[in-house]
Design a protein around this ligand. Sequence first.
Ligand SMILES: C[S@@+](CC[C@H](N)C(=O)[O-])C[C@H]1O[C@@H](n2cnc3c(N)ncnc32)[C@H](O)[C@@H]1O
Length: 255
Amino acid sequence: MEDVAAGDHAGVAGGRGRYGIDGGLIGVSVFALVLAGAAATGVWAARHLRPGLAALAGVAGAAVAGSAASYLYFTGRGKLSVWAQVLDELSLRGDEHVLDVGCGRGAVLMLAARRFPGGRAVGADLWRRRDQSGNSRAAAERNAAAEGVSERVDIVDADARDLPFPSASFDVVVSSLTIHNIPVAQGRGLALQEAMRVLRPGGRMRIVDEGADQYAAVLKDAGYAGVTVQQLDWRTWYGIPGHHLTLVAASKPPA
Ligand SMILES: C[S@@+](CC[C@H](N)C(=O)[O-])C[C@H]1O[C@@H](n2cnc3c(N)ncnc32)[C@H](O)[C@@H]1O
């Protein structure tokens, strides 16, 4: 596996969309509850002259606060930074048709739309709020307007396991933190097959996800070229230092 280093990529800063928090409010609530527990324990221990316990609560609180900061960083700026890099490295012409499978509020979709001024960026989702706070088609549409890309963005209600697009209709298919949210392995397999079906021969696929390396074998078996698995850097720690998301890249063989 190669490391993808953090860098400075056009189109990260200056974004005017609001993209919510992955994991919905449940993720934030878990961090808040654990922090509150550590703080309450620390205060109780200090009042009852238990310096060892107070110090332990302080260390635990600091660790949870760091973890929460890393989590919030990734679901905000970190994700935009990683995807800006992934999209820039595609070095495309700017007139491509791009599909974002499970676009949510559109963080990756709008980055793509800003890079393909002569193309179209299509986002497909079924808008599960437990996966992203404030997730809705309307939120994605508002973000397209805020980013000034509405005229080249289409937002479609669709299940990744049964995409409503003809075969070979996209030059690029991307997906960010979506496929792992599909509950059973068979469903995740279907979603990958659908992403492969709608990609045109010679088109490029990029998936960033938990455990995305398992998709590489399927892509290789289907004859995809240049299949690579990259362990992403600290920007994708996602609340757990040392934990990394994976980028799978591949090209569909020419017809
Ligand atoms: C963690 S969010 C990520 C959203 C977006 N890709 C991003 O990176 O900001 C996961 C997304 O997957 C979507 N999703 C989950 N299961 C899906 C399915 N079967 N078909 C389409 N979208 C799905 C959710 O609605 C949610 O928008």
